[in-house]
Design a protein around this ligand. Sequence first.
Ligand code: FAD
Length: 481
Amino acid sequence: MPKKKIIVWFRQDLRRADNPALYEAYQEGAHILPIFIQDDKNSGQYKRGAASNWWLHYSLKDLNNNLSDHMAFFKGKADDILPKLIEESGADAVYWNRCYEPWRTSRDKKIKKQLEGDGVEAQSFKGTLIWEPWTIQTGSGTPYKVFTPFYKNGCLGKGDPQEPLPVPDRLTYADKPASAVSLDKLGLLPTDIRWDKKIEPYWKIGEDGANEALFNFIDGGANTYSEDRNRPDKNNTSRLSPYLHFGEISPRTVWNEIRKRQETDSTSLSDTKTYLSEIGWREFCYNLLYHFEDRITDKPLQEKFEAFPWESNKQALQRWKVGQTGYPIVDAGMRQLWETGWMHNRVRMIVASFLIKDLMIHWKEGERWFWDTLVDADLASNTSNWQWVAGSGADASPFFRIFNPITQGEKFDPNGDYIRRWVPELKNIPDKYLNKPWDADEDTLKKAGVKLGKDYPKPIVDHSSARERALEAYKKVKNAA
Ligand code: FAD
C-alpha cells in the first residue's frame, strides 16, 4: 500500500521539537510535505511588521535547513493555494498547529471545511499554547477577564502540562512541488535600507538559538528572576519572546525545563513561580484575544474609554518613536527597540505610559509602532499590554497609575548603566541628574559635554503638569461610566 502523503503546514510553530502536527505525520509514517504560506492577503491590517518579517525569514531558513531543504514556500491566500497544492501533490491530508488571531481562526475554519468537503483529511493540533482559550472558563462558563483566577483556578487547576514531544528522528519527505517558490521570493527582508544589519548581531534565530536562550537563562537570570526581572540594566529575563512568538520553542518545553531545573537545582520556588506566571500572562493575552477579538485589538475593552479625549500630535509621536523626548529612560527604551528589535518589559511599560498619559496620544499609535519594530510583535500580547497600560483593558493597571519617568529610571536603573548605554550623549552626566538633566547646573552640564536642546533635547513636556492634564482628561471617562 502506498504511503500516506501529508502536508504539514507550518505557521507560528517553526520547530521540529514538540511539534504535534509534525509528530503526528511522522508517527503515521507518512511522506511529509512541509510548507509555509506567506499569506499577506488574509491578514489585512495585521500584516506582519518589518522586524517580524526579518525574523521570520531567518527562522524559516533555519527550519528549512533542519528539514534538509524540503520546505516548500508559497506566497498568496492560503485558501487559494492549499486546494491547488493538493491537486498538484496528490496529498491525502493537511496537518497544522492552531493559531488564535481572529483572521487566522476564521480563515482556518473555512479551509478545514473546504478541504473536508473535497474529501481531504484536515487535522489541527495544539502547539502554540499550553491551555487553549476555550478550555479555561469560569464556574459559570464565561471567559476569565482577570488574570489571577484565570491562571490559578483555570490553568494551574489543570495540573502541569504534558511532557513535550521529541524531535522526530527520521522523516521521509514528499517531492517538492514545482509551484513552490524560493524563500527569497517571499520578500521578507528589507530591500533598500538594510536596517536589519544592525539588529542581526543581537540574535541567533532558530531552534538552536531558542534552546540556547532558554538554557542561558536557566543557568543565569532565572536564579534571581523575581527580584531582578524589573532591572533593564541587568540581563535577567529570558529574551524568549520572539522564539515563543514564532514557535521556535514551545511554551510547554519552556515550562517543563524550568520546572525540572527547579526540582533538581538551586532555582528557588519563588523565582520559578514568578517566571511560570509570565508564561501564564502570555496565555491570558491569547485568552483575551480569542474571546474578545476586536474589543482587544482595535477598541478599548472597557467601552467607557471610548470617551477619552486623545490628542493628535505628529511631532511628539515622532520624537517618542526615535527616542528624543528628553526623558532619558524613555529615550533609552525607544532606542534599544530601534537598535535591537526588543525592549525590556519594565521599560515597555514606562514608554507606553509616557505616550498615553504624558503625551495623551492614542495607545493604538504606540501599538502600531511596536508592531512594526519589535521582533516579538504579537497581536495578543501587544494589544493586551497596551490596553493594560492605558487602563482600558481587562485586569488593567488603573489609568491614574501614571509612571513617573524620573523616579522609574532612578529605581530600576539605579547606576544609570541602561541609560548610559542607549543614550550615550548623557554618559558623563552624574547619577544624580541622569534622569533629569534639566536640573543640572550649567557647570555640571558643561563638564559632561552636554548642551540641552543641542546635544540632547529639553523635555518634550513637563511631567507634573502632563500628569495633571491626563487626570483631568480621565474625568471624561469616569463621567461616561
Ligand atoms: P521574560 O520576563 O523572560 O518572560 C518570559 C515570557 O513570558 C516572555 O517571553 C513572554 O512570552 C511572556 N511574558 C512576559 N511578560 C508578559 C506580558 N506582560 N504579557 C504577555 N506575555 C508576557 N510581549 C510579546 O511577546 N510581544 C509583544 O508584542 C509585546 N508587546 C508589549 C507591549 C507593551 C506595551 C508591554 C508593556 C509589554 C509587551 N509585551 C509583549 C510583554 C513583555 O514585555 C514581553 O513579553 C517581554 O518583555 C519579553 O521579554 P522576555 O522574553 O525576556 O520576558
